[in-house]
Ligand binder design. Structure first.
Ligand SMILES: [Zn+2]
Ligand SMILES: [Zn+2]
Length: 410
């Protein structure tokens, strides 16, 4: 499943090539900025868009870059509480903390106009959902989105409004009966899971570093969905140190199976790049190449299980120069049906821009030198003493039966 070194490359019903991709982008998205010293610096999306542009990803005939409206209150209220919206507005105009709503903490400092900046991020994801649902584009991408920790009444983990959850609720409002959300950020997608925990129409799948060692402390395998929605939350909690081959093996052992069982009409994915070994906030050890393989797998699955309807969001990722821009440029290129050769050089003009913008030396190539990921797939057997296999088995045992799947099936 993972390219030339892989034994299994299942044919997809539809071709993942040359699909229309709508990219939702507006320079004002960089106003989502918690200020100097905060890990989530919007320069990461600025450098990503610059790299994608310089590599020609955004100029392809099947890609269109569009502006969009900010989410209004009616949209935000699909997920968020009225008093929370008022608190975010007040914080963004007065500068005062709103402790009851998680605003004004070290993680979620108050910043000027934070309501407007956060509503813009939501607007981009909803515009993407709309383009995909109405068939204007097979795929849509909002790399500034994926703010998966935000809760209905509180900010959390650098996330003010939960753009993915609002977009999914919007799809349900349009009549979607089954929407799947797959979250490959290093942190558990707790906000999205919480919003839809009791809703059988939404499958949330999160692969992350175990909550025993990482924020937000949830995402255990036994979180499988509330009453009436059993089996619609799937959590794979991986040990610190998990790298490309083991991560992709875990993905391969869980994600295709649960998506095939659920048969979503739309696939929404969150692509936090903080799984990378260089990320300062977490302890998995993926490379850009391993992430690229995951993007390709999700693209294939979008075609196989969701009729190609695929909404892509960004997410975490705090290695602002060496990791995020390359990872998400690969993501946009994959969604555009034109994956970038890992061996490709980064353009000179981009490296010069990075130098001027950040004072850092930009990476010279689109690979970390690990493009050949040798993945031993689950079909070839598992080792009950291996910690990653134990994590996979815990997830399979907890949730597979609720989806009508056999936990020990290969
Ligand atoms: Zn496609
Ligand atoms: Zn994260």
């Amino acid at each position: 499943m993972w390219g030339m070194s892989s034994p299994s490359a299942p044919p997809s019903a539809a071709s993942p090539e040359n699909c229309g991709l709508r990219v939702l982008w507006d320079e004002r998205l960089t106003a989502y900025d918690f200020g100097p010293g905060h890990p989530m610096n919007p320069v990461r999306v600025e450098l990503t868009m610059a790299l994608a542009r310089d590599l020609g990803v955004l100029d392809r005939p099947n890609v269109d870059v569009r502006a969009f409206d900010a989410a209004d209150d009616a949209l935000l209220r699909l997920v968020h509480d009225e008093d929370y919206l008022a608190a975010v507005r007040q914080a963004g105009t007065t500068g005062l903390a709103q402790p009851r709503h998680g605003l004004g903490t070290a993680d979620n400092p108050v910043f000027l106009n934070m309501h407007d900046a956060s509503a813009l991020v939501v607007g981009a994801s909803v515009a993407g959902a709309r383009a995909v649902w109405e068939g204007e584009a097979a795929h849509a991408a909002n790399i500034s989105g994926g703010l998966h920790h935000a809760m209905p009444g509180t900010a959390s983990g650098f996330c003010v409004y939960n753009d993915a959850a609002v977009a999914i609720r919007w799809l349900l409002e349009q009549g979607a009966e089954r929407v799947a959300y797959v979250d490959v950020d290093v942190h558990h997608g707790d906000g999205v899971q919480a919003v839809f925990y009791d809703d059988p129409r939404v499958l949330t799948v999160s692969l992350h570093e175990t909550p025993r060692t990482l924020f937000p402390g949830t995402g255990f395998p036994n979180e499988t969905g509330g009453k009436g929605a059993e089996g619609t939350a799937v959590n794979v909690a991986l040990p610190p140190g998990t790298g490309d081959a083991a991560w992709l093996r875990a993905f391969d052992a869980v994600v295709p199976q649960v998506l095939r069982a659920f048969r979503p009409q739309v696939l929404v994915t969150q692509h936090g790049a903080d799984v990378h070994a260089l990320d300062p906030l977490a302890h998995l050890t993926l490379s850009v190449d391993g992430q690229r393989a995951a993007y390709a797998a999700l693209h294939r699955l979008a075609h196989e299980v969701a009729g190609g309807r695929w909404l892509v969001t960004g997410g975490g990722g705090y290695e602002l120069v060496q990791v995020v821009p390359r990872a998400w440029t690969h993501l946009l290129a994959e969604a555009a049906g034109a994956p970038i050769d890992p061996e490709a050089a980064t353009p000179d003009e981009w490296r010069a821009f990075v130098r001027g913008r950040t004072d850092e030396i930009a990476p010279r190539r689109m690979t970390d030198g690990t493009a050949r990921v040798d993945v031993r797939t689950w079909e070839s057997g598992y080792d009950p003493a291996n910690p990653v296999d134990q994590a996979v088995l815990a997830t399979r045992r907890a949730v597979f039966p609720e989806l009508g799947l056999d936990p020990l099936d290969v």
